[in-house]
Design a binder for this molecule. Sequence first.
Ligand code: NAD
Length: 686
Amino acid sequence: MLEPGDIIFYSKNLENSDFSNAVENVVKDNLLFHVAILSDEFRIIEAVPGNIGVIEVENIEKSLEFHSPRELEICRLKSIDKRSRILAGKFARSKIGKKYNDIFTHNLINSKNDESFYCSQLITEAYKNIVSWPPHTLNFENSDGELIEYWREYFEKRECRVPQGDEGSHPAQLRKSQLLEVVMRIVPGGISLKNLRNSKIFDCPNWISGNSVDLPSDRKFDVIEPRSGKTLANWSYATEEHVDYTVQVAQKAQKLWANTNWLEKSNVLRKTAELLKLYCDEIAYWECIDNGKPLYEAKADVLSCVDTFTFYSGISHDLLGRHVPIDPSRFAYTKKVPFGVVASIGAWNYPIQTCSWKTAPALACGNSVIYKPSPLSPVSALILGAILKEAGLPDGTFNVIQGDAKTANALIEHEGVNKVSFTGSIPTGKKIMKACAERNIKPVTLELGGKSSLIVFDDADLDTAVSCAMMANFYSQGQVCSNASKVLVHTSLIEEFTKKLVEKTKNMKIGDPLDENNTKVGAHISEEHRNKVEEYINGAICEGANRIYGGERVTVNGFEGGFYLSPCILSNINSKMRVYHEEIFGSVLLIIPFSDEAEAIRIANDTKMGLAAGIVTKNLNRSHRIVERLNAGNVYVNTYNDVSPLVPFGGFGESGFGRENGVAVLEHYTQIKSVFVNTANCENPF
Ligand code: NAD
């Protein structure tokens, strides 16, 4: 993505020092303080004041360390051919070792009469014959036309006249050239954990190499706040070039991380858990803004991430290989080795949780991660980036890039990506699996949609049954993959169950997600998604379903543009309806009566998906009997939507394969290397 000849501008907040004030007086409109150029060997060439002069710095990370800028912008001269840019980089490299031009003379001679350059002069000279930079006159006077004391002394010390009014250059003036386009903006410390709520999070769409990075492109998307419908930012989708750059960063970092001592890896993950806990309230705040879910849920999500990182911080013993004795002179051993770079692509319903579920085990196994969140909830993964950095994760080991299907495909198809982990819909999952097959037979984990059932038997405790049904449908506005929209209720209980369910559902306050004390139902993720859920409800009613409660738009005072919908209960459902077969992904609970076990199992298994199922019963024998016959990856008995990092999560059938959580996930982030060892002479069978 970066090219030789690219120009790097550094800006900073001017602190209150003599020098800063002097510069501020001279360059009023900008905080740019330095400029450098990328050489033909991708090193940074710059002229630095004092005795340093023209030097080369290994890479951007080192340059950031050296200058600690507030912001760094990498720009390219647009209409200049590549060859000329390479030559400009070569020119700069040929000047390494030259002195600093401390008196800013036009003729490249400093106070000691050496050939010399100041920072912007190196750039103007490198592009001397191809670019006419905006004119610039050196100015060392204040707005009243008086020579600034700092500069008077400066030139006096060097026994030189003040070059007031001479022709010159300055980074701020170079930056004004219409020929420049921004390739990348880096904002070190762009996400401040200590002041997370006021962080300028919307200035920093990506997290690459331990920094907040903006990667401008022509394809853009709005970041919309579900609770108000307001547009919070307009971000760029990462391009193929951006993906390529990020993969290179992740590849380099992975080599170091894989060889990091296991205890150090554990410490980073444990520290991450501690920091997630420490900043739980602030992260949950952003999760509400980003996703629209109620604050109490967002806090629970963050705390579940704490558990996830804690669990994987202690997982090293499960990454051990085996010693396999074969006969007295032969044995083998197996090693679990990381894949390398893992590309993780997430859905929008559990932004920080999905990201943590994928990232913690992938890192524990020694991989590096590039996470692409859904454009509908792109924020919290960035915060996880800042937390992992603070916890000591080496830069580049975890990266976040924003994008859509095109970006995701660029990632999946990149030769440097070794494993793909996906959470999302079945149609997208199919495309991803195909792309993975076509590109290097790339291993893939698919966590896809579901159409699950909760079976309430005649011996069920009614309160438990109602709680399970609500947990299985109304959490996160029903936008939960494992939700059991089909609630199968034994005919003998149906009247009482429905009455209690409606009563409790009516009590759920719909409101501003940030109103922690009152709100139980927040906003749907987007207008489009709310419309889709409404279509399912209206479609079912047209097909003969009865609306028992809800499914109506709700206006929340002060948040009139938000995407609110009341939880919906429908009855009179039959197997010809769309809602019976398709994932609704909204708060739409379908009450379906049944008379015996066989019928309940038939209805529950009447789907190609197999993500989850639930049973409410007091009969121990029955519960185990039914568990055996349910075709689902996750089954809940007298509970629903329970999660624990200790327990694998994933689906059967079209709901995907591979697992998140538990020890089980480790096999999806490692591959086994078997090593045969012969302790005797090797026999030759030929
Ligand atoms: P989606 O498939 O539309 O998008 C998921 C991700 O894939 C997003 O990051 C999106 O940008 C990307 N994407 C979209 N089209 C793509 C393409 N053609 N190629 C590559 N990437 C592409 O799903 P969604 O609407 O974000 O999420 C809702 C779905 O996710 C539901 O079906 C839900 O059940 C499922 N989900 C499953 C689980 C699970 O663990 N099984 C968890 C959460 C959500």
